[in-house]
Design a protein around this ligand. Sequence first.
Ligand code: DX5
Ligand code: ZN
Length: 223
Amino acid sequence: MAHLVAPSILSADFGHLARDVQMLHRSQADWFHIDVMDGVFVPNISFGLPIVEVVARESSKFKDVHLMTSLPERFIRAFRKAGADGLTVHVEVVTHLHRCIQEIKAEGMRAGVALNPATPVSAVEDILPDLDLVLIMTVNPGFGGQHFIPQSLDRIQRMRRLIDRINPTVLLQVDGGIKTGNALDVLRAGADVLVSGSGVFSSPDPAAEIALLKGLKANNLMA
Ligand code: DX5
Ligand code: ZN
């Protein structure tokens, strides 16, 4: 499968959000990655439902919502109503993960589970048959513009093997510090979906940066 590119609007200009969303809509971006932070699970507050509504109003592309919040299960229906197509929750915070995943799917969304850098890859093994996506955090969640943690490549490879063994339909997404300089390594390690925030938006031509990420070829070089 050709990989997908999901620019994170966390690095967009919120004074001109509709403009930036329209730019992403016209670009080769496959998805919008939308980072919601509550200031409890992560040491930062980003934005909530109204921003998802703006993206949904401006673009029909897939809206991939990454919930870095401590009680994500309370807001499943609200995010669906706001326009989310996929919802990813963190394995570290959801006590009844199986129920939460079923509720996301019952609302008609793709269900994802995210893992922090220190969470064992095996933490999602038993829920993999129920998932549509696994997100490997390659920085500590909370901020854009951080450096990719090098040990993440080994984690991506191990998650790839787990997915291939248990449920090959699951998409493997990577998030944090992804740029054109390291994206090929990440793809070769087995990623399916590249999230990139500052890598895209710090470029003078974000659409060209997205085209570069989209054009990378990891063919036959999978680890
Ligand atoms: C970090 C977020 C990321 C972030 C990525 O907590 O989950 O999606 O926006 O930003 P960059 O690509 O700048 O690391
Ligand atoms: Zn994210």
